[in-house]
Design a protein around this ligand. Structure first.
Ligand code: TA6
Length: 301
């Protein structure tokens, strides 16, 4: 990313004291957002929210120290956008896992410092020819982020064509935790889940979720808030959502983490993904002219 582009972004969309564009690792363009009650940063590469912290608090999100920060590559951490499919493509395994939004270029559509002291930014994914071969429908995809004491992220899919299409998607959020073995997740008690580690066999959740091995689950038929209770950091993260009837919970644990690219061997201890999704049986159909909004609000209790 050339400095001129950063200065162009600042000229057009910068707001003194609220929105500033800067070069991040490897020259990636980053939007730094400062509200009256919290801060966030967002990489235009992938439309990836990288950090969010209410004033006086440590970062709620987590990014791997081994993440690639390269144009055209997904960032390991923050909130990658999985779209227009979550996980493997439903019929063609050769298509990129988790779709193409998380490694594509996004541009800024607008920024706004609101009267209540929060700050909003809208990104729009730039559509390329490669996308048309992977997903042959006309669409617009926006990411609205509003930063205050909480972080609101809305992923908006608009069908701009003449045929109905289907999507699955996710705000694949990586939360920063002190020690995965001392974490519980509430909000999914008595919910059914599809266990990816057992060919998506359906099982029932009994009580709180805790972690002493790899967990990779799509919780289905749930619109509930989740709370990550982090005993080591002595804090609770609440994730509320709309436009989503499924929640993915993932931690790779030791062996999977060691085998993964872009992730340090011991970093599985430091993060937990609780993902606001349309995944598994939660498939969204969007008619011509209609839109779907997947929304998550994250804050500390
Ligand atoms: O959301 C859980 C998951 O789909 C896991 O199965 C795991 O593979 C993870 O996402 C990371 O996927 P990635 O393609 O980023 O390596």
């Amino acid at each position: 990313m050339m400095n001129t582009q950063i200065s162009d972004l600042n000229d057009e969309f910068g707001i003194e004291g609220a929105v500033e564009f800067a070069e991040g690792p490897n020259g990636l363009a980053i939007a730094n957002i400062t509200s009256n009650s919290g801060k966030a940063s967002i990489a235009l590469n992938g439309g990836t929210v990288l950090s969010f912290a209410p004033n006086g608090e440590e970062d709620v999100l987590w990014v791997s120290s081994e993440s690639a920060f390269e144009e055209g590559k997904a960032i390991r951490g923050g909130i990658p956008v999985c779209w227009p499919w979550f996980g493997s493509h439903p019929t063609d395994a050769s298509k990129p896992s988790h779709g193409f939004a998380r490694y594509s270029a996004w541009r800024v559509a607008y920024t706004d410092a609101l009267d209540d002291g929060t700050v909003a930014i809208r990104l729009e994914m730039a559509v390329s020819d490669e996308m048309n071969t992977l997903f042959p429908y006309p669409f617009s995809l926006y990411l609205d982020v509003c930063v205050g004491k909480t972080l609101m992220v809305n992923l908006i899919t608009r069908n701009t064509g003449t045929e109905t299409f289907q999507i699955t998607d996710a705000l694949h959020s990586y939360f920063s935790i002190g020690d995965i073995s001392q974490v519980t997740v509430s909000g999914l008690e008595s919910t059914q889940y599809l266990d990816k580690l057992e060919k998506f066999r359906q099982k029932g959740q009994d009580g709180l979720i805790s972690f002493n091995k790899e967990v990779d689950r799509v919780y289905i038929d749930t619109k509930s808030d989740c709370i990550i209770d982090d005993a080591a950091k002595k804090r609770k993260i609440r994730i509320s959502k709309t436009g989503s009837s499924s929640t993915v919970v993932w931690n790779p644990w030791i062996e999977t983490a060691a085998a993964m690219g872009n992730l340090g061997d011991n970093e599985y201890l430091e993060f937990l993904c609780v993902e606001t999704t349309n995944a598994g049986t939660d498939i969204i159909e969007i008619k011509p002219g209609d839109r779907h909004v997947l929304s998550a609000v994250t804050g500390l209790e």
